[in-house]
Each structure stands twice: as C-alpha cells, then as structure tokens.
Write a protein of this length. Structure first.
Length: 176
C-alpha cells in the first residue's frame, strides 16, 4: 500500500470516528458532519388509522365519526378542485359571456382565433384563480402525503366525482 492511500484512509477513519464520538450516535456521518440516512431507514407505507392529523394538530380526528367527516370533507375538497380546474380552463369563455350579458348581447365577436388583448381585470382574475388552484392542490397533496389510506381514497373519490360532474367542460385540455 502506498503512503498517500494509507494516509487518506486514516484521515477518513479519523473523521468518521470523531464525528461519531461528537454526536454520540452510531449512525455513519459524512465529512460535513451530517448523518447519512439510507433508504431502508425511511420506510414509507400506506396505513389505516382513524386518528391521523390532517394539516394541523387541531384538525385531528379523535374518533371514527370525525375521521369519516374528514374523509367526506376531502371528497368535497377534491371535487371542488376539479370544478376549479374546469372553470380555469374556460375562464375566457365565461368572461366573454359575462361581457355579452352586460352589454345585452350587442358585442360582435370575430369567429377566427386571435390572441386576446391583455386586460388588467382578466389578468387579476386568472392570477387569483391560479393561486387558489395551487393552494387547494398543495393541501390535497399534503393530505395524500400522510399516507393514510382513507385520506388517499377520499381524494381519489373526489377527483372522480369532480371529473364526472365537469369532465365534459375540459375540452381538449390535458388534465392531471
């Protein structure tokens, strides 16, 4: 063994031993001193529990009835999410219809496809709707990330109901 290799091995062993003694944990550490975790130490599996917190400790069911209520809430929330997506896809058609109604249907619209002019009111409406969609979808994602089977299936059920209710309004929009 040459001198350079044995020296680097000794430095690595010393660094690991020093880090282990300093943290007093048997976990292996990297050179930066941060514990290294393997994938086998983070087991992620779905589970069934009627007391899984959702979003905060105040939103934790204490019995089966409250758990069922949260599942019904998640079904409704996911359905609302799909309705919001359908509304967002059709926002310009909705705004055009509202404008025609306001002026008694007297507006003439060209039949050819043109780029819509930028309007501050429409930009604010679409931005608010996009923020609302992002917030609802992130809350649904956090519910799924609890890995509670009931929460997961409730969200899937809500997506199903929302798609059944307004899937025809999605047109050629690619949904996820």
């Amino acid at each position: 063994m040459n001198m350079d290799m044995s020296m680097s091995m000794d430095m690595g062993a010393t660094a690991t031993n020093t880090m282990t003694m300093a943290t007093s944990t048997p976990m292996p550490t990297s050179m930066s001193g941060m514990p290294m975790m393997g994938m086998d130490s983070m087991e992620m599996v779905f589970f069934s529990s009627t007391t899984t917190p959702l979003w905060s400790s105040h939103f934790t069911p204490r019995n089966a009835g409250q758990y069922a209520g949260i599942c019904i809430f998640l079904i409704t929330f996911a359905t609302i999410f799909r309705l919001l997506v359908a509304f967002r896809v059709n926002i310009f058609a909705v705004l055009d219809a509202a404008e025609r109604r306001q002026y008694g249907g007297l507006l003439q619209h060209e039949t050819k496809t043109t780029v819509r002019p930028w309007r501050a009111r429409e930009a604010v409406i679409t931005a608010v709707l996009d923020v609302l969609l992002a917030g609802v979808s992130y809350l649904l994602m956090l519910a799924v990330m609890t890995l509670n089977v009931g929460y997961f299936l409730s969200i899937l059920g809500g997506v199903f109901l929302g798609s059944m209710a307004c899937g025809r309004l999605m047109g050629s929009y690619v949904t996820h």
